[in-house]
Write a protein that binds this ligand. Sequence first.
Ligand SMILES: C[S@@+](CC[C@H](N)C(=O)[O-])C[C@H]1O[C@@H](n2cnc3c(N)ncnc32)[C@H](O)[C@@H]1O
Length: 208
Amino acid sequence: MDILHPDIENYLMRLLPARDEILSEMERLSEKKRFPIVGPLVGRLLSQMARTIGSRRVFEFGSGFGYSAYWFLKGMDGQGQVVYTDDEEENARWARGFFQRAGLLSCLQIEMGDALEIIDHQHDSFDIILIDCEKARYPMAYEKAIPRIRKGGLLIADNVLWSGSVIRPSEDPSTVGIQKFNQLILADPQLFTTILPLRDGVSISLKL
Ligand SMILES: C[S@@+](CC[C@H](N)C(=O)[O-])C[C@H]1O[C@@H](n2cnc3c(N)ncnc32)[C@H](O)[C@@H]1O
């Protein structure tokens, strides 16, 4: 199921200003490798959120080759730090290359392994945490993330409408994980959450 009508999505895509060379190359790589990234519509939202709250510290559960991290850094004028996590060395190699070329490698703290363990070893709190790892583990990522976000910070998650599969009961672990996650973020009194039906669905939760 398309979340947005394809004509609307195409219209929004056509309105977008051209991306810089690094983002354009990442988008081509994503298409070539069929690797999932948040894409430019959500990427711009990430940048906008980072700028709106004056973010300086971001943690990502699942960074791939750094596309979403790059958008966050654009919203922080290259001044902040993104903790990059991924469990595939090849993705980190791509990310290093892209960020080196952009002169932003020093803004990326690259951590390899399971993001749900890596966050336990981070000392500070974060302005924004993005969840974009295995969907079945979104509820666990939520549990780990909430205490690590400062008041006024944001928990953002991608794919929360999961091609529409969330609307029906399911036994698929990814769908169940996202359904549970959506219930948690809407019921949590520490959060004020909005789910935007943009691309595959993105949630924005403000920590109160
Ligand atoms: C959807 S992609 C991330 C895309 C990235 N957020 C972007 O938009 O550019 C998910 C990535 O998370 C990684 N991943 C999945 N589960 C993970 C985990 N528990 N810890 C670290 N990385 C994980 C996968 O290898 C994959 O590269």
